[in-house]
Design a protein around this ligand. Structure first.
Ligand code: ZN
Ligand code: ZN
Length: 446
């Protein structure tokens, strides 16, 4: 049984005052600090920001406090239970039709998808009867703990070349014919690495640029993946509360992003899925306006686009808010983008072409005379990577199918004035789509 001695009230008071003093010192010097207080079983964490303001010859430091949470952070989700054997089999089943004896996988998210390996240096050789993963000594322990359904070879050469020399030795066993048809992932192989691979292979190989076989498998998420993507979407969505609590005129965009990113880590995220976008005032017209040291102005839109990586899976969401009172023009601009986003969502159903979703969102914005300000595609697939197949853009003929996870994110950007984007990540279902972590999307004025 644990026994916590009761401290005299004066001692508790003294220690609290001391920790606050040290916290304010850190805020003044470093710009940000956290203080943690425990009371019985609850834990409270305060996040302090400081903002330096200059006016004429004088300056002052403004302190902002945000009580972050009362509960213990949840345990990070695990990758356990993935159907690695099934994935490998579905890939191998395509070899005959593709005229391949083996495929050399070099795109790291594809290796993770097939084996569970989370390291950053590996090559995976998939042949008709199995798979061999090549990595280096840094990943010996990690590979042994993580890799499923593949033999592990720890080499001294870079993984790709290690794979090449292994293939040179085992070619005759892997191919019944004279030459071995080896597929390569053209999108992830540089000219230099291809040249080095060719010299390590020697004679007896026919190299082929393979179509994106694994990316196509990854488009349809299985049950385990959907579970993780839901958890990632939920965690990602919760960061918007931090944005709303810290966003106000005079605060830097970076300070808002910092609070969100701190909270993401506390809740178990491995990291952010991309650089957090906090684009305020005229910067809201930048489609990818990463958070900067710009100060949020008194009035205007702020585009917040943010996502986390949880157990390998990404979340992606955008909300646009308005600081200061919104003019009638600003309100109708926002309403037009929201209408386009809802039109896009309504078009997501199995059997629809990816281009149709894009066309519906675009048509809606054209109706509001904002078509020319919509300068990007309507959405993209999300999963182990933040941008993956399918693309929701004009000319994309991919048919939507249940299990796909895609974003719907139209926006309108008027240069040097303002911009708005609204984005949800959705799961394509049997009869339409389900927004992951839905929320109210009426304009928030802060
Ligand atoms: Zn997106
Ligand atoms: Zn986004």
């Amino acid at each position: 049984m644990l026994f916590t001695p009761a401290l005299p009230t004066s001692a508790v008071l003294a220690s609290t005052v001391a920790s606050f003093l040290s916290c304010f010192y850190r805020v003044a010097v470093y710009g940000v600090a956290f203080i943690e207080l425990r009371f019985k079983d609850s834990r409270f964490t305060a996040l302090f920001f400081s903002e330096l303001h200059f006016t004429g010859m004088s300056y002052w430091v403004e302190f902002m406090t945000r009580w972050l949470r009362e509960a213990e952070p949840r345990a990070p989700a695990k990758l356990a239970g993935m159907d690695y054997a099934g994935r490998l089999r579905r890939l191998q089943d395509q070899f005959v039709a593709q005229d391949l004896d083996a495929l050399l996988v070099t795109h790291q998210p594809n290796i993770r998808y097939l084996t569970g390996f989370t390291g950053s240096a590996a090559a995976l050789l998939v042949h008709g009867a199995g798979a061999v993963m090549f990595t280096d000594g840094r990943y010996r322990t990690q590979a042994q703990a993580e890799v499923r359904n593949a033999r592990i070879v720890i080499g001294k050469l870079p993984p790709l070349l290690e794979g090449g020399s292994w293939l040179a030795q085992h070619r005759s066993k892997l191919s019944g014919r004279g030459t071995l048809a080896l597929g390569m992932e053209a999108e992830s192989l540089t000219l230099g690495s291809r040249r080095r691979l060719v010299s390590s292979l020697g004679k007896g190989f026919r190299l082929k640029e393979a179509p994106q076989l694994i990316e196509r498998l990854r488009m349809i998420k299985d049950e385990d993946e959907v579970r993780l993507m839901r958890a990632a979407a939920e965690l990602g969505a919760s960061l918007f509360q931090i944005a709303c609590a810290t966003l106000r005129p005079g605060v830097t965009e970076n300070a808002v992003a910092a609070g969100m990113e701190y909270e993401a880590r506390r809740k178990g995220a491995e990291g952010m899925a991309f650089s957090t976008i906090i684009a305020s005032g005229k910067r809201s017209a930048l489609v990818h306006g990463r958070a900067s040291c710009e100060i949020i102005p008194q009035r205007g839109f702020v585009v917040c686009d943010f996502g986390v990586i949880l157990a390998g899976y990404c979340s992606d969401r955008t909300r646009s808010v308005h600081v200061g009172s919104a003019s009638r023009e600003a309100k109708s601009f926002y309403a037009a983008v929201l209408e386009a986003q809802l039109a896009g969502l309504a078009a997501v159903r199995p059997g629809a072409r990816a281009a149709e979703v894009d066309a519906e969102a675009r048509k809606s914005l054209r109706k509001s005379k904002l078509g020319r300000y919509f300068s990007h595609s309507t959405g993209h697939g999300v999963g182990l990577e933040i941008h993956e197949a399918p693309r929701l853009a004009a000319g994309e003929t991919e048919m939507l199918r249940p299990g796909m996870v895609i974003t719907v994110e139209p926006g309108a950007y008027v240069p040097d004035k303002w911009g708005v984007r609204i984005e949800d990540t959705v799961l394509v279902t049997e009869d339409g789509c389900e927004v992951l972590s839905p929320s109210d999307k009426q304009l928030i004025v802060l």
